[in-house]
Design a protein around this ligand. Structure first.
Ligand SMILES: [Cu+2]
Length: 71
């Protein structure tokens, strides 16, 4: 069960490939329980355990795939 849920505004996602790239990179992080992506809203919802990972690590993973996290 995720201890914390955050919504991230992510720019640059345009198709299911992007959704998959974001989901797989974020899911690979230790402590991430769930990743949901809304292409229409440019929204990535991540449930995670803040003792194991951080918003910063999640942001880095998404940006590593070539997308921009708007803060
Ligand atoms: Cu795409």
């Amino acid at each position: 069960m995720p201890k914390e849920t955050q919504n991230l505004n992510v720019q640059g996602m345009s198709c299911q490939h992007c959704v998959h790239a974001v989901k797989s990179s974020v899911s690979a992080l230790d402590g991430v329980d769930s990743v949901d992506v809304s292409l229409e809203k440019n929204l990535v919802t991540v449930g995670f355990d803040p003792a194991k990972t951080s918003l910063q690590s999640i942001t880095t993973a998404i940006e590593g795939e070539g997308y921009t996290v708007v803060r």
